[in-house]
Design a protein around this ligand. Structure first.
Ligand SMILES: Cc1cc2nc3c(=O)[nH]c(=O)nc-3n(C[C@H](O)[C@H](O)[C@H](O)COP(=O)(O)O)c2cc1C
Length: 333
């Protein structure tokens, strides 16, 4: 299959494989790492429009970016058109490439305020939000949503049409309903139905575990891009077409680079907590992975994690050929 660039408004993205917004994970260092490994576009964690409009320091810190990560999309969540519009105006002053609107988050803290996936039950309010954001920015606006609220009320194609008419330049569909949460199977048919309904680009999302699966999703549904979330963790080379090497050394080198990016771009007081959520993922399925993960969780200083990785890189077992590793015991998480 021939890969075509993804065009979102005036933004042209060479690789249509993009990094999903993942709260707690897609901070600046991880976004940079994914860009270095080939992600065409990276999405920030969801950012509260209220936090931005009240200039809350912690929320504003989430906007931190650097030219090397561009193109970058900043994701906003909220349920009030005026506040979303104000937040869009504020972030449009930053060097960003796209504003994404979260209309798919299933978390109760978000939906009980009428935001995230709850907006799929109120398409008129959702349209008001999209219009308010588009009126307050010159950046392309994208909307991320689910198949619908429940299986009885799947409305993704109509919702996508509403988003297009309200001014969105592309949509992402996580092909599960709110009621599914993160369980059940992803419904590729609804991605195809969304694609048939609108003329702006459609990005498919949900349970993609490899580049090949992403290609299959594009081929079977006609979607224009693929968004990958959980499978990027400890696995940032998923954005590359070449077969990823299972060599544990490559994993360690990626982790070493991730640590460097954290050191370069994060406040030192948060560095250890930033890598803790990620580090274990690099050792999934590797010989002695469980004990290495344990050592990382025991570390009390960021520098200890860096020393551990440097030490592991010196170990002969991490330079072995993949065939040799297969003969060893692997942990099976
Ligand atoms: C830990 C975690 C955090 C997430 N945070 C966000 C978020 O901030 N905004 C959003 O739109 N989706 C969020 N999602 C949903 C993902 O972007 C994505 O739609 C979902 O994980 C399905 O894709 P995947 O199977 O490739 O992970 C999150 C998912 C997870 C597991």
């Amino acid at each position: 299959m021939k890969i075509k660039p993804l065009q979102i408004g005036s933004l042209i993205i060479d690789n249509p494989f993009v990094l999903a917004p993942l709260a707690g994970y897609t901070d600046l260092p991880f976004r940079l790492l994914c860009r270095e490994y080939g992600a065409g576009l990276v999405f920030s964690e969801m950012i509260s429009c209220h936090g931005l409009s009240y200039h809350q320091q912690k929320t504003c810190d989430m906007l931190k970016s650097t030219p090397q990560e561009r193109p970058v999309a900043i994701q906003l969540f909220g349920s009030e058109p005026a506040v979303m519009g104000k937040a869009a105006a504020l972030i449009s002053r930053e060097p960003i490439d796209c504003i994404d609107l979260n209309m798919g988050c299933p978390v109760k803290k978000v939906t009980k305020k009428g935001a995230g996936a709850a907006l799929m039950k109120s398409p008129e309010l959702a349209a008001g939000i999209i219009r308010a954001v588009c009126a307050n920015t010159d950046k392309p606006v994208t909307v991320k949503f689910r198949s619908g609220w429940t299986h009885q009320s799947k409305n993704a194609p109509e919702f996508a049409q509403m988003a297009e008419e309200a001014g969105a330049s592309a949509v992402t569909i996580h092909a599960r309903t709110w009621s599914d949460g993160f369980s059940g199977t992803v419904d590729w048919d609804i991605i195809a139905a969304v694609k048939r309904k609108i003329s702006i680009p459609v990005i498919g999302n949900g349970d993609i575990l490899s580049y090949e699966q992403g290609l299959a999703m594009m081929e079977k549904t006609g979607c224009d891009g693929v968004m990958i979330g959980r499978a990027t963790l400890g696995n940032p080379w998923i954005f590359q077409q070449e077969k990823p090497s299972p060599d544990p050394r490559i994993r360690l080198i990626a982790l070493k680079r991730h640590l460097q990016l954290i050191a370069d771009f994060c406040d030192p007081q948060w560095a250890l907590s930033k890598i803790r959520s990620h580090a274990g993922k690099y050792f999934k399925g590797l010989p002695h992975g469980a004990s290495i993960r344990n050592d990382i969780y025991q570390a009390t200083e960021f520098s200890q994690v860096r020393e551990l990785v440097d030490m592991l890189l010196q170990e002969p077992s991490f330079a072995q050929e993949p065939e040799e590793q297969g003969k060893q015991q692997t942990d099976n998480d």
